[in-house]
Design a protein around this ligand. Structure first.
Ligand code: FES
Length: 385
């Protein structure tokens, strides 16, 4: 098998469909479940507006049609509206993934004017006290609620996202009631996945199996209640990988449909890949076309030849693509290992142990480490990087 710029798959490489533009790692909030890299303060040299224009043009010319603006908090970028406008003119379907902090009714209108297609706002909790404890901001919760309404008033569907974890999952009924009251059209109840800061904080964030079962049952009760009222608010409940028996087809397969451009121009097959012990090319030096088709980074886990024998012989190999490389690395230290979420993995027991250990600990024993620049620098100095 070769990884030197040659796709090891027998299949020809398809063009990317999805571009995630991570405009900045800066964020006014400090959520301990953030999937940004721990060392985010190392990458402060953000692409400027012209460089982002070039990224958008190149990706669209390659065939990408879906575009997400995220971060950090993308609203921190003053040129967001300009970038949206350019993306829209290029023919992208544009999504903004935001905490809502930094949004105003004027800015909602300006984004609509620029042609933004879709906005998703995240909530931390059902009540302001817990929201403040989780996000580190006293004002954010009220602003999010006001902006969710402003987004709907501007003609967008109201799409809300809540990352669920040990500290807020028991509020799920109150969270759904709040979204209902706000007039939400869709709510994503996404259990935390453990990458970046969330991996660092996993002991403090992991729910118990009982919490998960109760939360899913409560979601199902709400689905029935909403249907009985004729209320059209979809509820998507996403189970955390650690509690599954089969791995997810992460990113639809490495280098298959999805491409992330990080704030400093690094191009990644997924938003968490920066944690892997490998080098990633940068749009400042190489074209997106070359990166997607020729780079070692993107070809590394395409196809099936890189897989361990266990995965190569599995009937699911073309469906789950061997699971998640970042998860395999974070849990086993080997990015080529079978994703331990798979029940056939020799390391599946690691997850059983983590879940069992988590049962023993109380939230006080595992305090949350907030995601902020000070902690990021502290962690870098600790590991000598
Ligand atoms: Fe990186 Fe799954 S999150 S491959």
């Amino acid at each position: 098998m070769t990884h030197n710029g040659v796709n090891p798959s027998a299949e020809p490489t398809s063009p990317p469909l999805w571009l995630l533009a991570e405009l900045t790692y800066r964020c006014p909030l400090q959520c301990a479940y953030c999937s940004n890299p721990l060392a985010f303060t190392r990458y402060q040299n953000e692409l400027d507006t012209e460089a982002w224009f070039s990224v958008l043009r190149q990706a669209r010319a390659m065939g990408a049609a879906q575009l997400g603006f995220s971060g950090g908090e993308p609203l921190i970028r003053k040129d967001l509206e300009v970038l949206v406008s350019e993306a829209r003119q290029l023919g992208f379907y544009t999504n903004l993934l935001t905490s809502g902090v930094g949004l105003t009714t004027q800015r909602v209108d300006a984004l609509a004017e620029a042609g933004l297609d879709h906005i998703q706002i995240s909530l931390q909790a059902a009540d302001p006290e817990l929201a403040q404890a989780l996000a580190g901001s006293a004002k954010a919760h009220a602003n999010k609620l006001a902006m969710a309404k402003a987004v709907k008033a501007a003609g967008y569907p109201m799409v809300l996202n809540v990352v669920l974890h040990r500290h807020n999952i028991d509020q799920i009924g109150a969270l759904i009631a709040l979204c209902d009251e706000l007039g939400a059209d869709a709510v994503e109840l996404a259990n935390c996945q453990y990458y970046g800061w969330a991996f660092l904080n996993r002991q403090a964030l992991m729910p118990t199996r009982e919490q998960l079962i109760r939360a899913e049952a409560e979601t199902n009760r709400w689905r029935e209640t909403l249907a009985a009222r004729g209320r059209d608010m979809s509820l998507l409940f996403v189970v955390p990988d650690y509690f599954e028996q089969a791995p997810k087809a992460c990113m639809g397969g490495w280098g298959s449909i999805f491409m992330t451009v990080a704030p400093d121009g690094a191009v990644l097959p997924c938003h968490s890949a920066r944690e892997l012990p490998m080098a990633f090319p940068n749009v400042k030096e190489t074209s997106l076309q070359d990166i997607w088709y020729q780079s070692d980074a993107f070809n590394r886990f395409r196809g099936t030849q890189w897989m361990p024998t266990l995965c190569q012989q599995c009937d699911e190999r073309d469906k789950d693509h061997g699971g998640c490389r970042c998860q395999a690395y974070l849990l086993t230290g080997d990015m080529t290992a079978t994703d331990p979420v798979c029940q056939h993995s020799p390391q599946h027991g690691l997850l059983e142990n983590l879940i069992a250990d988590n049962l023993q600990s109380t939230p006080d024993q595992a305090p949350l480490i907030p995601r902020n620049a000070r902690q990021s620098k502290h962690l870098q100095s600790q590991d000598g990087s």
